[in-house]
Structures are given as structure tokens and as C-alpha cells.
Design a protein around this ligand. Structure first.
Ligand code: NAD
Ligand code: MG
Length: 393
């Protein structure tokens, strides 16, 4: 029996995780579930899987949540605030933590799980983008195992040899890691129409059903830029080790190319339950509920290169990757502010990249040697991003 905490249980990854876990209640027991403020969904989930603890990060919902839990006669302990998120992440009753909070808010509890030497199933790419070197060093120091949930990184992990040593591509005869991306909903949209793109259009991803923030990031391809940085830290890669390949069908989830000319790809339906089941049960395989690929239905199988005019955010992220850690932390924070402003109708779709670029241009590189410095850098970037938005309007 593995005992699990699911951070971000009410989100898209959280719900998919519960779907897989419920298929295997002989293998997984849920210790704690967490959410930001959606206490209704969280308490229903807790009843469904018999969770012992729930945590709501947003303390302002405390009274309503406690009243609902009492009226449901639930045998669950309710906690509130960030300290409680940390407590259910590093509790010694917990073996595995699914890190599926969206954005920088995931850093503190995810880092706590790493520092407690847990098996960490990492969906929260922003935590790694913000703090890469510290995060990996802490995992090594504390004996944490990090298993990638992001479909591309899970695919790369599956395509690497078992003998792969962190950062040593040559020893495994690897020439390139090929990070694939669909290009999002605007792969073929006339660039002249980009200013008028609405949040609803940008959230309608052609292949994947995801939370709002990552859906916008997929439409701008900032997501692929964050994934580029994520891949560097997860596998110890250099910038030149990774090529980004557009593959609109999302059937291949990424590839590893070897010096002898072989390319190993991981394929499957675009359904996050596959990487979730893979990481939950690794190194064994369990059923995920995902339908097998039907190769008779796969008509097109195409590849191309993403262009900078269509995806300026991707190229900003590649620039930040070359600049170093503080630039990655800064761009990630600015992007969260700008995506939220776009979703709220305050700025246009193309303003996201415009404001992100302003913040990155103004950034002065500094070294981040503690998590406190990472959080300070994130806060500063948020303030610069807010003023960039104000200047626009
Ligand atoms: P989502 O918006 O659907 O869910 C986010 C979860 O985080 C919710 O449970 C929410 O309550 C919680 N949360 C939000 N703000 C919080 C805060 N301030 N404090 C505590 N909890 C908070 O997001 P998602 O699509 O499930 O994505 C989660 C993470 O997984 C993201 O980092 C995303 O990049 C990554 N990811 C998602 C997918 C996908 O298919 N959805 C794929 C790959 C990676
Ligand atoms: Mg991904």
C-alpha cells in the first residue's frame, strides 16, 4: 500500500489522479487532499476516497468548509493555510506526493515533500522552473525520487535507458532529446487576428483538456518554454541537447534520439491518466482507463518547427533559459500575472508576450541560493509585471 497526498486535488491533474487511484484501491490509500478554495469539490472527493485530511490554502473559506463538513457527517480533519499544505506534504505517514497545484503557489508544499525525501510525482512544472538547481540539489540531499507527470517529460523518461545517469547523454549514446508540442489552438490562425483572441478561444485546446493557466500557456507556447527549462533540470540537459518539434496530433509525447540513428518515441492517446498511472506504479505498469491507440484512425502524423512570430513567448523562455535561474524565475512570475490579466479581460492575447518581454528586458540577473531568495525574486517580478500592465492601459 502506498499512502498518498494529492496537492491540487480539485484540478484537472488532481481529478485524473483520483480516477486512476480509484481503479486500484488495493494499492493506494489517500491520506490527504488539498485545494485552494473549492471546498465543496474537495469534501466530496474526500468522502469518495476516504481521505483522512483535507487542506484548503485559502483561509477565508474556513467557516463555510467546516459547516459543510459537519453537515456531511464526514470523518475527515479539515485544515487551512499554507502551513497545513506543508504538513500533509512532509508528514511521515505519507509515501508519495502528487504535486499538482498550478503555478508558483505549488513551490512551498512541493519543496517540503522533496525535503522530506518523498516520492514526488511532479506536475507542477512552475516549481521546478522557479527553483531548478535548489530543487534538484534538495532531492539528492534528502533522497527524494522525482517522477515526471508532464506528458512530455514522462515520455522522455520512458524513452531513456534504465542506465541513464543524470546529465550524461554521451554515456548512453544519446544525441538529442526531442520535446514535442501540438502548437495549440492557433497553429494556423492568421497572425493578423491574434489581437482579438478571447480567453474562451485560447482555452479550447484541440487535444488536451487542462486547467485554464496551462491552456493559455499552451496557446502561447510559453508552456513549451517552461517545459524546455523543466526538461533541463529533470534530466540534467544543456540548452543544445533539446530540440522543440511541433507535432499537432499529440500522439507522440516526446522522443529521444541516439547516435546510431535510432529514435525512440513514446506514443499514446492524449490523456494524462497514462503518465499519472506510469509514475504512480513505476517501475511496474497498471491500468489507467485510457483507450489504446487505434492506428487505423491516425490519418496524419506531421512535424514542423515553431516560428518566433507566432510563438514569441516560447522564444522568451528559451532566452531566459540561457540567461539563468533568476531570469527563469522572473519570466515564470511575470507570465502568471499576465495570463491572469488576460483571463480577466484586462489585456489582449498578444499583450501577454509584450508584458512578459518588458519584464525580462528589465531583469537584472542575480544569484538565487535559497528558497527565500527565489520567492523574493518571484515577488519582484510580479510587481514589475503589474506596472507593465498599468502602463499598457
Ligand atoms: P487546475 O487549474 O485544473 O488545478 C489547479 C489546482 O491547484 C486546483 O486544485 C486548485 O485548487 C489548486 N490551487 C490553485 N491555486 C492554489 C493556491 N494558491 N494554493 C493552493 N492550491 C492552489 O490546473 P491543472 O491543469 O491541473 O495543472 C496543475 C499543474 O500541473 C500545473 O502546474 C500544470 O502546468 C501541470 N500540468 C497540467 C497538465 C494538464 O493536463 N492539466 C499537464 C501537464 C502539466
Ligand atoms: Mg506537457
Amino acid at each position: 500500500m502506498q499512502t498518498l497526498t494529492i496537492l491540487g486535488a480539485t484540478g484537472s491533474i488532481g481529478k485524473n489522479t483520483l480516477d486512476v487511484v480509484k481503479r486500484h484501491n488495493d494499492k493506494y490509500r489517500v491520506y490527504a487532499l488539498t485545494a485552494n478554495s473549492d471546498y465543496e469539490t474537495l469534501l466530496l472527493q474526500a468522502r469518495d476516497v476516504n481521505a483522512q485530511h483535507v487542506v484548503l490554502a485559502d483561509v477565508s473559506v474556513q467557516n463555510e468548509a467546516l459547516a459543510l463538513a459537519a453537515s456531511m457527517e464526514l470523518d475527515v480533519q479539515c485544515h487551512f493555510g499554507v502551513d497545513a499544505l506543508v504538513k500533509v506534504s512532509n508528514d511521515n505517514k505519507v509515501d508519495t506526493v502528487m504535486a499538482a497545484i498550478v503555478g508558483a503557489a505549488g513551490l512551498i508544499p512541493t519543496f517540503a515533500a522533496v525535503a522530506a525525501g518523498k516520492r514526488v510525482l511532479l506536475a507542477n512544472k512552475e516549481a521546478l522552473v522557479m527553483s531548478g538547481e535548489l530543487f534538484i540539489a534538495k532531492a539528492n540531499e534528502c533522497g527524494a525520487t522525482i517522477l515526471p507527470i508532464d506528458s512530455e517529460h514522462n515520455a522522455i523518461f520512458q524513452c531513456l535507458p534504465h542506465s541513464f545517469k543524470y546529465g550524461d547523454l554521451a554515456a548512453s549514446g544519446i544525441s538529442k532529446v526531442l520535446l514535442t508540442g501540438s502548437g495549440g489552438p492557433f497553429l494556423e490562425t492568421d497572425l493578423a487576428l491574434f489581437d482579438a483572441i478571447t480567453p474562451a478561444q485560447a482555452c479550447a485546446h484541440p487535444n488536451w483538456d487542462m486547467g485554464q493557466k496551462i491552456s493559455i500557456d499552451s496557446a502561447t507556447m510559453m508552456n513549451k518554454g517552461l517545459e524546455f527549462i523543466e526538461a533541463r533540470w529533470l534530466f540534467g540537459l544543456d540548452n543544445d541537447d533539446i530540440d522543440i518539434v511541433l507535432h499537432p496530433q499529440s500522439t507522440i509525447h516526446s522522443m529521444v534520439q541516439y547516435v546510431d540513428g535510432s529514435v525512440i518515441a513514446q506514443m499514446g492517446a492524449p490523456d494524462m491518466r497514462t503518465p499519472i498511472a506510469h509514475a504512480l506504479a513505476y517501475p511496474v505498469r497498471i491500468k489507467s482507463g485510457v483507450n489504446p491507440l487505434d492506428f487505423n484512425q491516425l490519418r496524419d502524423f506531421t512535424f514542423s518547427t515553431p516560428c518566433p512570430e507566432r510563438y514569441p513567448n516560447l522564444y522568451l523562455a528559451l532566452r531566459a533559459a540561457r540567461m539563468g535561474q533568476s531570469a527563469c524565475t522572473t519570466l515564470n512570475a511575470a507570465n502568471e500575472i499576465n495570463v491572469a490579466a488576460f483571463l480577466a479581460g484586462h489585456i489582449s492575447f498578444t499583450d501577454i508576450a509584450r508584458c512578459n518581454a518588458q519584464v525580462l528586458d528589465a531583469h537584472e540577473i542575480s544569484s538565487l541560493t535559497t528558497i527565500e531568495q527565489v520567492i523574493q525574486c518571484d515577488q519582484n517580478a510580479r510587481e514589475v509585471a503589474q506596472s507593465a500592465i498599468l502602463e499598457l492601459s
